[in-house]
Write a protein that binds this ligand. Structure first.
Ligand SMILES: *Cc1c(COP(=O)(O)O)cnc(C)c1O
Length: 473
């Protein structure tokens, strides 16, 4: 059991700060460039300035805009800069949020409320998105009681237009496209989805959470994807990803100002006063807003272009390396500096484990099994080291391939067990497996094996719920 004793007296600040440093030691070492997710890092100079900006607004609260006109003006300017960058029309509006998830939740919430007014016959509103869309869309449907209709993707991992159109019913309120989708980094056919939206009188959200601060700065980028595309009604973009702001900064933008109004929440009967709140958060950290404002102006178009060039070049180098290695392959034609790769010769999760032992962190994906990499400017300096370690690890994994045949046999045995064992006993077995999973899962291939085994039985969901429960202890 955890220590639940509340500290009786205060400790020395010095001690605590030292403890913080110590605790950090086991964390992801993103500064080294050996991690390929969670932290988007441009360079130390930018971070220094942004830390000062954050500290200046450390205590300020954007909950009440009239108390802090500084934050209000910065939020407005951040939204305006973004409307300019993403080519919104005259009437376009937006709000800042705490991240991509909140932006997407707001896009779906406003769509739901908008439909109540403009399509009052709809009792069970549906939202259509591709399998490759971010789980924040599933989360939003879950939170707001919307029905998700998830459609197939093409062989090149883009949204399948026919599948999208087939899914449309009289209850559909919103359709979604990604620019790009996270798993393979490919931009959906936004222009064509826009045409579908117009034809069927639907709202259309473009998820540019990861692409928003990359795509506008790629030289000669040809695909159309932003607010200027006919049919697009809303767009989300995260400043805390490739915008390089500190965590807690994203925008949700609308081509139609009525949509933003349906996003707002208002309650007038509270004894504490009239309460109105634009998005999910009540109390809202001033630091995140100050940093977002600062970074956009610190870098400007030319600054972002330079960083994006570096990320794109580095990404091309990594991808050519991966494609040049027998048995490895980058999936699809990534449009920016995020992509995934897999293998037709060995277990890609084993490779992830081996690379993790060398300090490299790549996220594991499924359907197909793949490793994901988000390339930032910081990765330029680690290319040679990555190449060396990758080649060594591949040799190891290939040698093991024989051994893994045995593992396959074990998995099959486990699958057999599941059929044979009574529910309770299998559950206990599952718990046992959970106990063996390190929270810092250096050896996760085993867990993914098990998840593959349980697929489609509803038990995967339980397993993940238990896993989250366990990590929060
Ligand atoms: C990161 C991401 C999100 C969710 O954003 P958070 O900031 O993690 O809440 C949504 N869509 C895409 C494509 C993303 O990459």
């Amino acid at each position: 059991m955890n220590n639940r004793e509340f500290p009786a007296v205060g400790e020395a600040a010095e001690n605590l700060l030292k403890q913080l440093e110590d605790r950090k030691k086991d964390d992801l070492q993103w500064q080294s460039g050996k991690a390929f997710s969670y932290v988007y890092f441009a360079d130390g100079m930018i971070t220094q300035t942004l830390k000062k900006a954050y500290t200046l607004f450390f205590s300020e609260n954007a909950l009440n805009p009239s108390a802090f006109p500084s934050l209000r003006s910065m939020e407005i300017e951040v939204v305006d800069r973004c409307l300019g960058l993403f080519e919104g029309g005259e009437d376009s509006v937006g709000s800042m949020t705490s991240g991509g998830t909140e932006s997407i939740l707001m896009a779906l919430k406003s769509a739901k409320e908008y439909a109540k007014i403009h399509k009052p016959h709809i009792e069970k509103p549906q939202v259509i998105f591709s399998l490759s869309a971010h789980p924040a869309f599933n989360k939003a449907c879950d939170y707001f009681g919307l029905e998700p209709k998830i459609t197939a993707i093409n062989d090149d991992y883009t949204a399948n237009l026919e599948a999208l159109e087939c899914a449309i019913t009289e209850n559909t309120i919103l359709i979604v496209g990604s620019a790009p989708s996270y798993p393979q980094g490919v931009v959906d056919p936004i222009t064509e989805i826009g045409q579908l939206a117009i034809k069927h009188n639907l709202l259309f959200h473009v998820d540019a959470c990861v692409g928003g601060f990359v795509l506008p700065f790629i030289q000669n980028f040809e695909k159309q994807w932003n607010l200027s595309v006919p049919g697009v009604t809303s767009l989300s973009a995260d400043i805390h990803k490739y915008g390089f702001a500190s965590k807690g900064a994203s925008v949700i933008l609308y081509n139609n100002p009525d949509l933003r109004k349906t996003q707002f929440y208002v309650y007038t009967d509270w004894p504490g006063g009239m309460y109105g709140s634009p998005a999910i958060l009540g109390t809202k950290p001033g630091g995140a807003i100050a940093v977002a404002w600062t970074v956009l102006h610190l870098l400007g178009r030319s600054g972002y272009e330079k960083l994006v060039n570096r990320s794109m070049e580095t990404s091309r180098k990594f991808r050519s390396l991966i494609n040049s290695i027998e048995g490895l392959q980058v999936f699809g034609q990534p449009d920016m500096c995020i992509y995934s790769f897999g293998s037709d010769q060995f277990d890609i999760y084993d490779l992830a484990d081996e690379m993790h032992m060398q300090g490299w962190l790549m996220d594991r994906q499924q359907n197909p099994p793949a490793l994901h990499m988000s390339i930032s400017p910081v990765h330029a300096k680690v290319f040679e080291e990555f190449e060396k370690d990758l080649r060594t690890c591949i040799q190891k994994v290939k040698r093991w391939n024989v051994a893994s045949l045995k593992k396959q046999a074990q998995l099959t045995a486990k699958r057999g067990l599941k059929k044979l064992l009574p529910e309770k006993m299998y559950k206990r077995l599952q718990d046992k497996v959970l106990e063996n999973i390190d929270v810092d899962n250096k050896r996760s291939a085993a867990m993914y094996g098990l998840i593959g085994d349980l697929k489609g039985t509803g038990e995967t969901e339980d397993l993940i719920r238990n896993f989250l429960d366990k990590t929060m202890k």
